[in-house]
Write a new protein. Structure first.
Length: 129
């Protein structure tokens, strides 16, 4: 009976969908989109952004211009995603492909549409000097 109870407890712990908070560092690649009907494509700043992901949200730690977004509950095994519409009816979406490490930050505002692409890693960048 004790072995059965132990096995049930072990299986319960193994089957729970616990998710620890992780931090990734993302380096800007490029941004493309439309401003008032004009298409654009620009290189992004090459500084690393710290991105925190947990069960509830995805947050850009050192970039106050990007909102913290609630995580989608069914975002799957190979990507993390978040989506929100704010009080001004601006749309924001973040997807992080866990296989390629590409973060796509997507936003739509009146007269503006943009996709920003970042290459991400779980290794914190090292200071060179």
């Amino acid at each position: 009976m004790k072995k059965l109870l132990r096995n049930v407890l072990i299986l319960t712990f193994l089957s729970t969908n616990a998710f620890a908070e992780i931090t990734i560092w993302c380096k800007g690649d490029y941004e493309e989109g439309w401003i008032n009907g004009e298409k654009f494509k620009d290189q992004l700043n090459t500084n690393y952004l710290e991105v925190r992901i947990n069960n509830s949200f995805i947050e850009f730690v050192n970039d106050g211009t990007k909102p913290t977004l609630p995580r989608n509950e069914n975002d799957g095994n190979l990507k993390y995603s978040a989506f929100n519409i704010d009080s001004k009816k601006d749309l924001y979406r973040i997807t992080i492909d866990r296989a390629t490490g590409v973060l796509d930050y997507w936003r739509i505002k009146k007269g503006f549409y943009s996709n920003q692409y970042y290459n991400c890693t779980t290794n914190k960048p090292k200071v060179k000097f």
